[in-house]
Write a protein that binds this ligand. Structure first.
Ligand code: ADP
Ligand code: MG
Length: 343
């Protein structure tokens, strides 16, 4: 490789601005930051007390005075100002030097509006970016997974994040058809919380629900014999209580969000042009995002579609790495970038 002084000292960054996690990829250095998209705020003066990992540990544990917020919770920018603060914090944390000002490629959920895109662009500029490029999530996932997006061949990806599931068929640098639903890992956590209320009269926290999902949860018909002891607050008498949940019950709790994901995948397949369907039949569907790690979900999608379904290696890093690849070779990927100009 030719030694390039500018690129060696560059601060160019690629950011996967996810609803659950924000990842930062630095040119020539891979993923260098991976933290929850969470902020902790002191109520009375709106002062931010923590970002990322530190803030996530506070979820449900803070005194009334401190609240935790997820500025991107439902796949859209729910809070502009806080999103901006968070982006700035993560960018500053990863910048090596202040000069030269970096180029930043940011991957955004495909459902966000122009106003939201501009907000993301502005935040990156305020944090010191010289140029900002936006790229849509399914495209970044496909590039990260090494799919031939530059060829007239159909590739299908399903990215299951915290707030959304994005399914897309991609060919020749473009998204041929896509489905985006506001159901992902958060809805799965929520389904577990509801299940505990109904079945055990027990109120559990978000982090506990997530822990159950990741360690015991699965999609039918996956079989797993484990169980887990869970602590929460009894809804009737109001005191702490312990119950045991089996893997069968955890699976039952997740039925609805899992079905919604299956249905939207089928819907996307139904709307795919036949030539591209033939490609997908040969090449299969690639899964990325944290939700792809739910046990048995790949098997379930395989059964429901009769297509090959493959979980990406390190699915939670695919989008950041794809955005990073774009950053490394802007000329090649120019057609997938939305370059939002200054005005
Ligand atoms: P986003 O892109 O929206 O930030 P991610 O791709 O980072 O989302 O995925 C985060 C989601 O994946 C969270 O809801 C998290 O609970 C879920 N997740 C992570 N690991 C697992 C696992 N082993 N099983 C099921 N869900 C998981
Ligand atoms: Mg994501």
């Amino acid at each position: 490789m030719k030694f390039n002084l500018r690129s060696f000292f560059s601060n160019d960054l690629a950011i996967d601005l996810g609803t659950a996690n924000t990842l930062v990829y630095a040119k020539n250095r891979d993923v260098i930051l991976n933290e929850p998209s969470v902020i902790a705020i002191r109520k009375h003066d709106q002062e931010i007390v923590a970002f990322g990992k530190e803030a996530k540990e506070m979820v449900g544990r803070t005194p009334g005075e401190i609240i935790t917020v997820r500025p991107l919770k439902d796949g859209v920018i729910a809070d502009f100002e806080l999103s901006e603060q968070m982006i700035r914090h993560f960018i500053r944390k990863t910048m090596v030097t202040r000069i030269p000002r970096p180029r930043i490629a940011i991957c955004v959920p495909s459902g966000i509006t122009d106003v939201e895109k501009r907000a993301v662009r502005d935040s990156a500029e305020h944090a010191g970016a010289r140029e900002v490029y936006l790229i849509e999530e399914p495209m970044a996932a496909a590039i990260g997974l090494g799919l031939p997006i530059d060829q007239p061949v159909g590739s299908m990806v399903i990215d299951i994040g915290g707030g959304t599931t994005e399914i897309a068929v991609i060919a020749m640098y473009g998204i041929v058809n896509a489905v985006s639903i506001r159901i992902g890992g958060d809805e799965m956590n929520n389904a577990i919380i509801q299940y505990f209320k109904k079945t055990f009269n027990l109120l559990i926290g978000e982090n506990t629900a997530e822990d159950i999902k990741c360690n015991l949860g699965s999609a039918a018909p996956y079989e797993n014999k484990g169980e887990m002891v869970v602590k929460g607050r009894d809804l009737v008498i109001g005191i702490p209580k312990t119950v045991t949940i089996t893997s069968k019950q955890a699976q039952e709790a997740l039925t609805e969000p899992v079905n919604a994901i299956v249905d939207s995948l089928k819907m996307c397949l139904e709307n795919t042009p036949p030539e591209l369907s033939a490609d997908i039949l040969d090449r299969g569907i690639l899964m990325s995002g944290g939700g792809a790690l739910l046990k048995g979900l790949d098997e379930r999608l395989r059964k429901e579609t009769n297509l090959p379904v493959i979980v990406a290696e390190e699915p939670m890093l695919a989008v950041a790495r794809g955005t990073g690849k774009v950053l490394e070779d802007m000329a090649k990927y120019r057609r997938v970038l939305t370059h939002i100009k200054r005005y």
